[in-house]
Design a protein around this ligand. Structure first.
Ligand code: PMV
Length: 312
C-alpha cells in the first residue's frame, strides 16, 4: 500500500481580490490533512480503479462516477500522465480531517493527496509542479474561476505570495507566529461566494476594483511585516482586510461574531479566510492569549477552534 498526505491551508490576506489579479498570501495548515491510500486490486481486470471516500460518501468504480466528479477527474488525469497505468488495478481510499466547504482547502488537498499517492504507487512520482497543475484543473469544478492559490500552497507546503498566472514566490517568515482558526460550522461553497463577488463586480466595476486595489496594498504591506518578523503589524492589516471583505459582501453574521469575540479576547487582528459567507475565520494571537481566545471563540458559537503556527 502507498499512503500520501496533503495539508489544509489558510489564506492570510487577499482572497477574492486574488481572482482579479491582485496578490494574496496563504500558508499550509498541517494540523488538518487529507490522506490517500492506494493499493492493488489483484482480482480485478486491468485498468479497474475503485474509489472510496467517507467525506463524500463515495464507494464506486471510477468509470461509474459522473465525468465531472472531482475524485474521478483527479484520478483519471493523474493516470493519464503515467505511462502504462492502464495495466494496473487500483483501490484508492480517501480520508480527510479538513472540513468540506469551509475555506481550508479540502478539495485541493484531496486532489493533491490522490495525485501523489497514485503516482508514487505506480513508481512514477510526479513533480510538485505537475501535482499542482492537476489539482488546479479539478479546482475549476469546485470554484468555476479559481485563482490557483489553493492548489499552489497545498502542493508546495510553504507560505506563498501568490499572483494569478505568475510563478510561485515563497515567503520567508521572519518570526514564527501563532494563528487561531475558528469554524462557524456554516458550510459555504466557494463557487457561490466567488459568483456573488463576480455579480457585484459586473454591477459596480469601479467600486469593486478600488476595493481590490486596497486589498492588494494590504497584502504587500503584510508580506513586508511577515518577512521582517513584525507580527504585531499583521493585526491591523487583517482587520482592514476584513472590512474590505465585508464591503465585498462575503462576511456573515456568524463570521462577524467569531471575529468580534477573538478581538475582544485580545487577538492582534482577525478576518474570514477563504471564500467566506460561512466557513472559517483566522486570528493572529500571542501564545499567552491562545487559550482565552479559543474559549471566547467556542463561547461565540465556533464549532471548532484550533491553533497553528506559521513559519515552523
Ligand atoms: O474557499 P477557499 O478556501 O477555496 O478559498 C477561495 C479563495 C478565493 O480567493 C475566494 C477564490 C480563489 O480561487 O482564489
Amino acid at each position: 500500500m502507498t499512503r500520501a498526505h496533503a495539508p489544509g491551508k489558510a489564506i492570510l490576506f487577499g482572497e477574492h481580490a486574488v481572482v482579479y489579479g491582485r496578490p494574496a498570501i496563504a500558508v499550509p495548515v498541517h494540523q488538518i490533512r487529507a490522506t490517500a491510500d492506494v493499493s492493488d486490486l489483484p482480482e480485478a481486470p486491468a485498468g479497474a480503479v475503485f474509489l472510496e471516500s467517507e467525506a463524500t460518501g463515495t464507494r464506486a468504480w471510477l468509470n461509474d462516477l459522473p465525468e465531472d466528479d472531482p475524485l474521478r477527474r483527479i484520478t483519471q488525469s493523474t493516470l493519464d500522465r503515467l505511462p502504462a497505468a492502464s495495466r494496473h488495478t487500483l483501490s484508492i481510499h480517501i480520508t480527510s480531517t479538513i472540513p468540506i466547504a469551509s475555506g481550508l482547502g479540502s478539495g485541493a488537498a484531496v486532489s493533491v493527496a490522490i495525485a501523489r499517492a497514485v503516482s508514487q504507487h505506480l513508481g512514477q512520482p510526479l513533480t510538485i509542479e505537475a501535482v499542482s497543475a492537476l489539482a488546479f484543473d479539478v479546482e475549476r469544478l469546485h470554484h468555476g474561476t479559481p485563482s490557483g492559490i489553493d492548489n499552489t500552497v497545498i502542493s508546495y507546503e510553504t507560505p506563498v505570495y501568490f499572483v494569478r498566472g505568475q510563478p510561485i514566490e515563497r515567503i520567508k517568515v521572519g518570526a514564527i507566529f501563532d494563528l487561531l482558526i475558528g469554524d462557524t460550522g456554516v458550510p459555504a461553497p466557494t463557487v457561490e461566494a466567488v459568483a456573488s463577488v463576480r455579480r457585484r463586480w459586473e454591477a459596480e466595476r469601479e467600486t469593486m476594483e478600488t476595493l481590490f486595489d486596497s486589498v492588494g496594498d494590504i497584502v504587500r504591506r503584510a508580506r513586508t511585516a511577515i518577512e521582517s518578523g513584525h507580527v504585531a503589524a499583521l493585526g491591523p492589516l487583517m482587520n482592514e482586510n476584513q472590512s474590505l471583505l465585508a464591503e465585498m459582501g462575503v462576511s456573515s453574521p456568524e463570521l462577524d461574531r467569531l471575529i468580534d469575540a477573538a478581538l475582544g479576547a485580545g487577538a492582534f487582528g482577525a478576518k474570514l479566510s477563504g471564500g467566506g459567507m460561512g466557513g472559517n475565520m483566522i486570528a493572529v494571537v500571542t501564545p499567552d492569549r491562545n487559550r482565552a481566545i479559543t474559549a471566547a471563540l467556542l463561547q461565540a458559537g465556533a464549532t471548532r477552534a484550533f491553533a497553528t503556527q506559521v513559519g515552523t
